[in-house]
Write a protein that binds this ligand. Sequence first.
Ligand SMILES: [Zn+2]
Length: 250
Amino acid sequence: MTICPICSAKIRLDPFEKVRDSKSRVVEILICGNCLVLLNKNVFADLEVAEKAEDLQSSGYEGTTPSTTAIAEELVKERSNLLCYLLNHPGDYQQRRSAYADIGCGGGHMAIAGCEYFDRVYAIDFDSTGFFLTESLITIPENLQFAMALNKIDIKLDLVTMWHVLEHLPDPSTFFGELKSKMNTGAILFGQVPCYRPDYVDQSHFAFYNESSLATLLISSNFEVLEIGFDLENSFMSFIARSSKEKSEP
Ligand SMILES: [Zn+2]
């Protein structure tokens, strides 16, 4: 690799270390000397064979799989608390709550919770298993639409959440370019990624971000970084960013 897929620097990515992944396979971790992101070289090599990143993601739905209506309802309530926290964060969407999307929605609980606060809600995931499981347990609000890709979103979003999505993307710049075009100026992006820990090195995680690499990616994709924080118990990093004005906009 001669271009960093995160910061686009044209530099050789240096060997960082060799480790065993969650399936005991020996994998090589590379580091970008510019943004300091850590990349799993073997997952990128797998991608050349698989063609699509989706094929590398674990087969079968691995998210929370509630088996009863009560559990599904409880999950929606939990996600609702998280959304409430976020909606108290200052953002332009305080005045305008037309549309919200949860990217990588899994069972769709966060998106369902969002239906109370937004006129239109999109639950986006390339794998529909989790969402359809939830649909079999609880009533899906009428203002919620499930889609398997961003191009199905046909109005501008005011809030986007992406929980443990970024690390699964081999080309996050292209993804953010498309996502940004679906967001209003001033819209808020809220996400979380795993930090670099042995337990999190697996066959679906392309990149391990740190504050520097995450900020570099967000800023180059025309987002303003509002906050980066750490969940020290679980070794997760969260971020809140605001969609900036495009350079072509007045
Ligand atoms: Zn880089």
